[in-house]
Design a protein around this ligand. Structure first.
Ligand code: ZN
Length: 370
């Protein structure tokens, strides 16, 4: 690899975004970029900085009445011939791996650190910055999860803002996701004498009918509408073209609103398949990650929404905001990138989205927006 990148936090948010994109940091190889971020934050002189693996933590300790946590992951998905970054002046787009997801958001955070993380700065809230590794891979490696397990105190705050791409909108809370496998057993037989067997695939018919007839809920919480969904996402079974199958399984995914917790979500899925289960099918939950309530009634969240000047909408996917919600901290996603472009070859960010994100957060954090 080339020389370690250097980050000049006094440059503008576009230049910083480009510098971050031009320092490749595919999941698992964030060290050089984390080194650069750590060095730049330490040089500011107004932040307590700590390093845990390739996660860089920094905070002010000014005894302000509230604390805001800003978080962004440093890693990207694998590069698709789109590094270094390329600025298209005519369309005002900055292309490159991680531009949208989420180095533009990281650059916004670095600009805020340069403003509020210097001696003599007077933010209205204390600030914590979390630049973490391994977000784009298995959740056990997630740097934010590691901080939650090993240094929970670093994540304490009155509001957490994740700068994931949201197109400049505020996305609150997130839905939970549960994956389960419904298995049926039967008895093998030659298909020429099928009455001697019991068809395990046919045993799923009732469960499929229940899914087809299922009416998902729409739930409004704090003005955000969460839409649930319970769907088959896989089906397996069959031995050979002349055999009555003795095993079959249906994989389902339940996306649930954050007014249900993990246990309630599982209970609901068991209820939907109650008939099949009573008839001998077994339901095994493979994974279940609870969502996060928007928590917009909290004063810190309400003030944030007022400062950004956009209404909050529901986050339908599962995101790291739920790691904050687990501690009772309201958390929102708010970032300059376009989520639809994340992980694509054409990934880019609109240059005109960058500075407004810096300005909105600066207004909020300096208390000048109320
Ligand atoms: Zn991301």
């Amino acid at each position: 690899m080339s020389a370690p990148p250097e980050l000049d936090l006094s440059t503008d948010v576009l230049a910083l975004t480009r510098a971050l994109v031009d320092a490749p940091s595919v999941s698992g190889s964030e060290t050089a970029l984390a080194d650069a971020v750590e060095a730049a934050l330490r040089a500011l002189g107004g932040l307590e900085v700590e390093r845990i693996g390739d996660t860089v933590l920094a905070r002010t300790n000014l005894d302000r009445p509230g604390r805001v946590v800003l978080a962004g992951h440093l890693d990207t998905v694998p590069i698709a011939d789109n590094v270094p970054s390329r600025l298209d002046e005519t369309t005002g787009r900055l292309y490159g791996c991680g531009t949208s997801d989420m180095k533009a958001g990281d650059a916004v955070m670095l600009r805020l650190a340069a403003t509020f993380g210097v001696p003599g700065a007077e933010p209205a809230h204390d600030l914590t910055f979390v630049f973490y590794d391994n977000e784009e891979v298995e959740s056990v490696k997630n740097g934010l999860g590691r901080v939650a397990r090993e240094r929970r105190g670093w994540l304490y705050g009155d509001l957490a803002v994740l700068l994931e791409p949201t197109d400049g909108e505020i996305e609150a809370g997130c839905q939970g996701t549960l994956r389960a496998v419904l298995s049926t057993k039967g008895r093998r037989a030659h298909s020429a004498r099928s009455w001697l067997g019991e068809n395990a695939i046919h045993g799923l018919a009732g469960a499929l009918a229940a899914l087809a007839a299922y009416r998902p809920r729409e739930v409004e919480i704090d003005g955000c509408t969460y839409r649930e969904g319970l769907n088959a996402v896989g089906i397996a079974g069959g031995v050979a073209g002349n055999v009555i199958p003795d095993e079959s399984s249906l994989t389902v995914n339940f996306r649930y609103a954050p007014d249900r917790d993990e246990d309630a979500a599982e209970a609901h899925v068991r209820e939907v398949f109650a008939e099949a289960i009573a008839a001998g099918a077994t339901l095994t939950v493979v994974d279940n990650a609870g969502g996060a309530l928007p928590g917009l009634g909290e004063p810190a969240a309400a003030a944030f929404i007022a400062a950004v000047g956009r209404p909050a909408r529901a986050k339908l996917g599962w995101t790291d905001v739920s790691r904050f919600a687990a501690f009772g901290i309201p958390a929102v996603n708010y970032g300059p990138g376009d989520p639809q472009l994340a992980h694509t070859r054409e990934e880019h960010v609109l240059v005109e989205r960058l500075q407004p994100a810096v300005d909105a957060l600066t207004a909020y954090l300096s208390g000048s927006s109320s």
